[in-house]
Design a protein around this ligand. Structure first.
Ligand SMILES: [Fe+2]
Length: 503
């Protein structure tokens, strides 16, 4: 292994920090590494060719009052695979907020469970305002550039997908919706090269939807009217439609008038799913009502006759009441999949009758389902989802769901080992949807190390075919993406970027 520390960033966290989401499996790094020719147990498939990118919140400073696991700065990890070898880099996203707090050596904005009025800086980001846009939630690759995003609307930061250098913010030729921002989960349609996105806020019409072309030109941007401020986290799409949502979990309207942001689940208000033609406007939206829930993540959607089939994770208890838990388990119970009761679910939206039918398609508690991206917006059969450590925001294994037969195949990481969102990397020349590999990063608390695991997607239960050792134990984390080498500028040998990475 050829390793160097490229630099270290400032952390002002105390040596004896004991916050459950800044220590243990959530212990963050301050070092930024370059590591080539990583040590491997097993064998990296010679045709695994591309990069696994993972983002996650990493705490660097004590909170103004109370830290929430969503408050840390975005750090992206990349594990690249080529010719049976692997490399690793990790870098903080150089957001305006990160740079300002590095300069001042303290937290300047209020976090998710803090009073916005306690923020040191008056100006901030997010639908709520006075938050730090940490660009810490998701990462996708669009037109050869990695884009990081923030769950409560912000900028999209552009990163080199190989070096992870921050290249600046998306500008979209001057048309980036800076006043409202773009929210957590954008969607890249591999069939058109478009990036579909939404943003939300506290001002009518409360939701915006848009489409960006592969040339970074804004193709469409329109306001979508909602009954009030909402907190959508994800969207879906089909070949001809974008699918937005109005979940009945939102800031209490009365408290909001007093400047207090307290989310409540309204158990008697239906979930509304909005289907809009991909270039449609508010007048074109078809709203479908379904059982009340909050959907954090959709899996996929596609058209079938007059219906749209939409799969996602239904939360049986979106706002779980405290149940004898103490300490951090009580404070952060709403992050534990077992408490949220997240199960794979299917909604069928009939475009002729306007009716929605729905059914649970798995009894297993899973979330964070990924698919073979080539099937995005099109019929598909498999999703690869995470299982949760009871009581914690940690993933203790993965499940391959066959949504056609209901069959499930499982792999448990083992006690004290936690994974990340597991991506599917199709094999070049693949002959089937699950002809490829699954990739995830783990945190092994028993051995005090991290690995990047590679599975054969057709034999999940068989366990990893390769365990790639990272230079340092990383923080546990969530959202990730896969980008094939063929999508990445500079990936080919002889290019400057490839040469600088020792490829
Ligand atoms: Fe998310």
């Amino acid at each position: 292994m050829d390793v160097e520390v490229l630099g270290r960033v400032l952390s002002t966290l105390p040596e004896d920090d004991d916050h459950p989401y800044r220590t243990g499996p959530w212990q963050g790094q301050t070092a930024e590494w370059r590591a080539d020719n990583l040590a491997v147990e097993g064998e990296i498939p010679a045709d695994l060719d591309g990069v696994y990118l993972r983002n996650t919140e990493t705490a660097l400073h004590p909170a103004i009052e109370r830290y929430h696991p969503f408050d840390g700065d975005g750090m992206v990890h990349v594990v690249g695979f080529r010719d049976g070898k692997a490399f690793y880099r990790n870098r903080f996203v150089r957001t305006d907020g990160f740079l300002a707090e590095q300069e001042e050596g303290r937290s300047l904005w209020s976090g998710f469970i803090e009073d916005p009025n306690k923020a040191v800086r008056q100006q901030g980001w997010g639908a709520r305002g006075r938050m730090k846009d940490a660009s810490s939630t998701d990462v996708v690759v669009h037109a050869g550039v990695a884009l990081t995003s923030f769950y409560q609307c912000g900028e999209l930061y552009r990163l080199d997908p190989l070096t992870l250098d921050t290249l600046g913010k998306s500008d979209w030729h001057g048309e980036f919706p800076r006043s409202e921002g773009v929210s957590a989960h954008t969607k890249v349609d591999p069939h058109t090269g478009e990036l579909l996105f939404f943003g939300y806020g506290t001002e009518a019409p409360y939701l915006h939807y848009g489409v960006l072309g592969g040339d970074d030109k804004l193709l469409h941007h329109t306001g979508i009217e909602l009954p009030g401020p909402r907190l959508p986290h994800d969207m879906a799409f089909t070949e001809n439609y974008a699918i937005l949502n109005d979940c009945p979990l939102f800031w209490d309207p009365e408290l909001l008038k007093q400047g207090a942001y307290l989310a409540r689940f309204h158990r008697d208000v239906p979930l509304r799913i909005g289907v809009v033609p991909r270039r449609g406007t508010n007048a074109d939206v078809r709203w479908f009502e379904a059982d009340p829930t909050y959907v954090l993540h959709w899996v996929n959607a596609y058209e079938e006759g007059d219906e749209i089939v939409l799969d996602g994770f239904f939360q049986g208890d979106p706002m779980p009441k405290a149940d004898g838990e103490t300490g951090s388990h009580r404070i952060y119970r709403g992050l534990a999949l077992d408490r949220l009761q997240t199960r794979l679910h299917r909604w069928r939206l009939d475009l002729v009758t306007g009716q929605a039918k729905e059914e649970r398609i798995s009894d297993s508690i899973t979330e964070f389902g990924m698919i073979n991206a080539a099937h995005g917006g099109r019929p598909y059969r498999y999703t690869y989802a995470a299982t949760g450590e009871p009581g914690w925001f940690l993933f203790n294994g993965l499940v391959k769901h066959d949504v056609l037969t209901g069959a499930e195949e499982r792999y448990a990481f083992g006690d004290g080992v936690f994974g990340s969102e597991t991506v599917m990397a199709p094999r070049p020349g693949a002959t089937g949807e699950d002809d490829g590999y699954l990739v995830t990063i783990t945190v092994d608390m028993n051995r005090n190390l991290s690995e990047c695991l590679v599975f054969d997607a057709r034999d999940v239960a068989g366990g990893p075919v390769a365990r790639v050792r990272l230079p340092e134990r990383v923080s546990s984390g969530t959202h990730a993406t896969w980008a094939a080498g063929a999508e990445l500028p500079g990936w080919r040998k002889g290019d400057d970027a490839a040469a600088s990475l020792g490829l």
